[in-house]
Design a protein around this ligand. Sequence first.
Ligand code: SF4
Length: 353
Amino acid sequence: MIGLYVHVPFCRNKCPYCHFFTVPYRSELEDEYLKAVLYEASELPERNDTLYLGGGTPSVLSRNSLEKLAGKFVHSDTKEVAIEVNPEDKVDFSFLKDLGFNRVSIAAISFSSEILSYLGRRHSPEDIFRRVEEAREAGFEDINLDILYGIPGYRLKEVLEDLGTAIRLEPTHISYYLLEIPRYFPLQGRKSPDDNELEKQYYEARDFLESMGFAQYEVSNFARPGFESYHNLKYWKFHPFIGLGPAAASLYGRRRWENRKSLMAYIGAWKRREKIPGQVFELGEEDFLREKIMMGLRLVDGVRFSPEEKKKASMFIERAKKMQDLVSVSENVIKIKKDKFFIMNSIILEIIG
Ligand code: SF4
């Protein structure tokens, strides 16, 4: 069964560091966007066992839209039904629970008011506390918090404090992402962290999270046992997933595609009953394996080849064998050593050539 992602492109305002495709929220566009999503979904190749509403800001959607999406995509086979929540939004978590959602991912970002305002976020630390409490009261057990590191002027001690606060809220999952600072990002007298600082913020945070019972399973993701994201694992294991909405990406068989980053083009295609515009990539055997390696090496368990793939992957396996100080290679698995995750990208490039 496929994983299903729905990209909700709306945001109330644009955070200056954001790389995602978003547009300002306008209620009059929401209805047309939703119709276009349902139109695109009419061609789903098989049933979904996950639903992930991401964005953008899915928590801006009206009850009516959420009801329609859940009505269409939540059924007896959906194991994980997740939604991203911006702490600034007042969310009816009981309503979400009734619709079948069982996972909430809250973009906490940081617990420092100063940092939140520096990053252009409109929520306060109190909003994060409130949203977690409300979600839990409504019966959500599986709660993820996103925390950023690498923020200009923010030091290791402060990042660890943020993680400590996050842990006190008792989430089941923590995503710990590097802030990728765009070139034009205003530093406002703050110093960008250098590689040494980033490395410290990465490894020390990982050790701290692990010591608190959050096992790392992906380069940026940590979970209490049994709470790894089933949906996101499909991306990293290169299992089939379909993304609906503008800018959404999909993988099915050897075909990978990315919808155009334009809400108007997306809605226009629905109005004219045309194919959703985007780029399609038919992956040859070797490119399929390359991309599978790229995704799989993000996992602590590494990339695993099926018996049929193993022979075709021999060139990559041989390269990996020459890098035994950085990766471990067994029968049909290549893994990056855990203390080398910080240089993951260069290791991957070396292996896929
Ligand atoms: S709320 Fe999230 S998706 Fe929207 S602009 Fe900010 S970082 Fe980007």
